[in-house]
Structure formats: C-alpha cells, structure tokens
Design a binder for this molecule. Structure first.
Ligand SMILES: O=C(O)COP(=O)(O)O
Ligand SMILES: [Mg+2]
Length: 231
C-alpha cells in the first residue's frame, strides 16, 4: 500500500478519536453541576454524554437528572463549564493509542491533516498543542466556528473550504454517530475508530470502514477510497 491511494487530506475528530478527554470533561462537568447544587455523575455516564458539544453536554446532564433546562440557563451553564474546563483541559487527558503515529504518517507523506470537533476551538488548540499535534495540522475547526455542530455537515465543509479541497478529496475519521452523520450529510468518506465515545455499537455507526485503532487508518484507505467512488 502506498500513499498514492490516499486522499488529498484527512480530517480527524478530537474527543474519543485523537484524545481520551473524558476524565477532564467529567471533572469539569461535575464541578459545574456542584456549583448549581447538583449531584455528580460517574466517568462512564459522562463519557456517553460527550460528542455533541458543550451545550449538548449540559442538556444531557440535566436530562439524566430528570430536569428540563431552558436554553438561556443551559448557555450560562455551558459558559461556566468552559471557564472551568479550559484551564484544566490537559490534566487527565491522554492521546489515544496510535494517534501520534496516524497523524505523523500522513504528515510525513505530505497529506494535509486537520481536526474537526464540536469542542470550542480555544480548548481544542490548547489540547493539540499540549500533545505536539497543533504544529502538524493544516486546519482546526471547533464547534464555535460558526456553522451548526456535527451531525450537521457545516464544520466539515468549512474545513474543506479552508483546505481548498472538495469533499470527495477528503476522508474523515471519527468515533461517534455525530461524525458519521456529518460526513454522510457532507458526502464525505468516513472511517470510524472503535473504543470512542458512543452509545451505539461501532459496527452500527454506518461508517465506510471501521478500525480497531486509529493507526490502522492509513492501511484501510485503499479499500475505503474504492468504495467511495461508488457512493
Ligand atoms: O462534545 C464535544 O465537546 C466534542 O466532541 P468531538 O471532539 O467528539 O466532536
Ligand atoms: Mg468524538
């Protein structure tokens, strides 16, 4: 397998795909909830709430408490969460196995890479810089970039626009239904990585390919690209 089968760029999701950020999100969410007098959640419960962006995280937490939250209160709580989360975003967070190898493999082959996440861009950049990935990336699109968050296609389309590439030239790698739905809506090939943050069985996400670890992405690209031309 050579790099000639590869797309012109590869975009990666962040949480649950490149980094295991759930422990810091868990700590920050519980601190946010405590400030409102609400009880804490387990790490496992919070892990299932991640992936839709911060306002969704707050909404899901309140829903799990059996409480309705109006949009204004939710947005205030989301701001409070971000203020707590940002300064501690890399305390317990680790790279997922193979994330460094996968990103470097593309970069060394001259394939531009990027991150498209529902997480706000400031915290995203801080995390990527902490792990030495920011300098490798050609584009970083966060959930606050403007377009609707994943599962809408806008963030992926914005990344393509910034790269100067069409969706057919780009592959997206993610861990959840939000990623697959966003890619399908953007008509972009998508590879799912097992072990991320999703309540759905990885086989049922509907991705074009499924890998056990992110560093297997380069080796599945040839078959996935062949598939994409028939879509
Ligand atoms: O839920 C979030 O804040 C971000 O999640 P993502 O990196 O998987 O898009
Ligand atoms: Mg994710």
């Amino acid at each position: 397998m050579t790099g000639s089968d590869w797309p012109k760029a590869v975009l990666f999701d962040l949480d649950g795909t490149l980094v295991d950020s759930a422990p810091d999100i868990h700590a920050a969410l519980n601190q946010t909830l405590a400030s409102y007098g609400e009880p804490p959640f387990t790490l496992e419960a919070v892990t299932r709430m991640i992936g839709g962006g911060v306002p969704k995280l707050i909404e899901r937490a309140y829903a799990a408490l059996g409480k309705q939250i109006d949009p204004a209160t939710r947005d205030k709580a989301a701001e409070r969460f971000i203020a707590i989360y940002e300064p501690r975003a890399t305390e317990l967070t680790t790279l997922t196995a193979g994330a460094s190898e996968a990103t470097r493999a593309f970069k060394e082959a001259g394939v531009p890479i990027g991150v498209v996440t529902n997480k706000p861009e400031a915290a995203t950049r801080e995390i990527l810089a902490h792990f030495g990935l920011l300098e490798l990336l050609d584009v970083v699109v966060g959930g606050d970039a403007g377009p609707d968050k994943k599962p809408a296609p806008g963030l992926l389309l914005l990344a393509c626009e910034r790269l100067g590439l069409g969706v057919a030239d780009v592959v997206f790698v993610g861990d959840s239904e939000n990623d697959v739905e966003a890619a399908v809506a953007a008509r972009m090939t998508v590879i799912a990585v097992r072990g991320g943050y999703t309540a759905i069985a990885p086989e049922e996400l509907g991705a074009d390919a499924l890998v056990d670890r992110i560093d297997a992405v380069p080796t599945v690209l040839a078959s996935v690209r062949a598939l994409a031309t028939t879509r």
